[in-house]
Write a protein that binds this ligand. Structure first.
Ligand code: ADP
Length: 435
């Protein structure tokens, strides 16, 4: 509707009133003629309003009612506006349908939850993987539908740096992995993937390593047993054999250590759940200190222990294995007369064990990779220590099983510090929480 429409409408109104005035004046009823004309105009306006209301009540897209003047222009404008809206709605609908078709074809489950964790939308794969019901479950909290306490904890923690894995609630021998991304106002986009095949391959790899290590262990024990016997009687053997036998014995012991570590790792990886109980760390460390002094032997290192009488909830044998690995490493990689300090303490952030030495240290590029299997900072330098490169991988696994993590600081030639951190929930008085 433009200025011209308004002007001609105004002109028409003025003309009608003028005419009414002239006719009224000629017959002597000016007032009545103008009033009647105004009444007729008002009635016509009401009638147009009524037509518009009826039209809007009907389907929006039907043609507008016939009219002229301003009302005709208003009807046309509304009609065009509606058509434009309808077109953009259709376009949006088409885009949405395409996105929905695309996500429906995905093998991965895709779900959207609002800030309260209530499900708003999900695709077909999510229905199958999680056993959701298309109509009933909309608006339900996802933690009520995926009833796994660990998932609830993960979902509510809102720290989604690492994915979460669990067995499928609906399908036997199916494992799911969840990736959650926060968007907008704490809304969550959840991707749920079937990782059963990956799990199977992982299990096959673990079984292979465990079986191979187990099978190798007996023949090796026999070989090193015989080698020991030969070495006990080396005077009766030709002298040039002595050195060879000693080396063979050393290497067989190294292989035994390797197999022992591989078996420990695969036991940890299989994740057999053992009972966590109260562990007296102070007395464990005191025993390990004595073992470390014995291992140090001729090197005569100073091995100091400072331990608070704070017990921890955990698995005794695993913690002892992790701590001994760190302490014996310090002994191995510290020169004679060096100093090793073991410190166990607790504070508001949790429980901590640090093992500091002033030994050979580690160059910084190696530090992030130390817990990888078979990683050795400098293999040539350590060939005489007889290490396997698996010790810190074992430590990492054990700490993970105790909700802990390892912090490493080191500088080449100056020494190293390895610190294990455990959360406060691991303090012995929190035993009930973990039961
Ligand atoms: P290894 O059996 O070789 O000791 P680990 O996994 O226990 O294997 O350690 C990995 C590597 O980390 C070692 O080869 C060594 O180079 C380095 N390392 C571990 N502890 C220390 C330490 N206290 N001082 C210096 N280097 C260390």
């Amino acid at each position: 509707m433009n200025y011209q429409d308004w002007r001609s409408a105004f002109n028409r109104l003025a003309l009608s009133l003028g005419l009414a005035g002239v006719v009224g004046w000629s017959i002597g009823y000016t007032g009545w003629a103008v009033a009647l004309t105004l009444g007729a105009i008002l009635g016509w306006q009401w009638f147009q309003l009524y037509k518009m209301q009826q039209w809007l009540l009907r389907q929006k897209s039907t043609e507008p009612p016939e009219s002229s003047g301003i009302w005709g222009a208003v009807f046309d404008d509304i009609y065009h506006l509606q058509r434009r809206q309808q077109k953009s709605q259709d376009r949006l609908k088409a885009v949405l349908t395409r996105i929905q078709d695309g996500t429906a074809a995905l093998k991965d489950g895709v779900l959207m939850a609002n800030g309260q964790g209530n499900l708003e939308w999900w695709n077909h794969a999510a229905t199958q993987l999680l056993g959701l019901k298309e109509t009933q479950d909309v608006g339900q909290p996802i933690t009520n539908l995926v009833r796994e306490p660990e998932f609830k904890r993960y979902f509510e923690m809102a720290n989604y740096d690492e994915p979460f894995e669990m067995a499928s609630p609906t399908q036997h021998e199916t494992y799911l992995q969840f990736h959650i991304t926060l968007f907008s106002q704490q809304d969550r986009l959840i991707i749920c993937r079937d990782i059963s095949r990956m799990k199977q391959l992982e299990a096959m790899r673990q079984d292979f390593v465990a079986n191979a290590s187990h099978e190798l262990s007996t023949p090796l024990t026999v070989i090193s047993g015989y080698l020991e016997t030969f070495l006990d009687h080396k005077e009766s053997l030709p002298s040039r054999w002595g050195r060879a036998l000693k080396q063979m014995h050393q290497q067989s012991l190294r292989m035994q250590n390797l197999i022992h570590d591989l078996l420990t790792l695969s036991r940890l990886e299989n994740g057999q759940v053992k009972d966590h109980a109260k562990v007296n760390i102070k007395s464990m460390l005191s025993n390990l200190q004595q073992d470390a002094i014995a291992l140090s032997g001729q090197k005569k290192q100073i091995i100091e222990l400072e331990a608070e009488a704070v017990d921890m909830i955990g698995i005794d044998s695993e913690l002892s294995s992790a701590f001994s690995n760190l302490i014996f490493n310090a002994v191995k990689y510290t020169q004679a007369q060096g100093t090793i300090r073991i410190h166990w303490w607790s504070n508001e952030s949790g429980l901590h064990l640090s093992i500091k030495d002033n030994g050979i240290g580690i160059d910084s590029p190696h530090i992030p990779r130390l817990t990888e299997r078979f990683y050795r900072a400098d293999p040539s330098r350590h060939s005489e220590t007889g290490g396997t490169g698996l010790g810190l991988a074992i430590v990492k696994h054990i700490l993970l099983r105790h909700d802990g993590h390892l912090e490493v600081h080191s500088s080449l030639g100056k020494g190293s510090s390895f610190t294990c951190h455990f959360p406060s929930t691991r303090k012995a008085q929190a035993e009930r929480l973990l039961a």
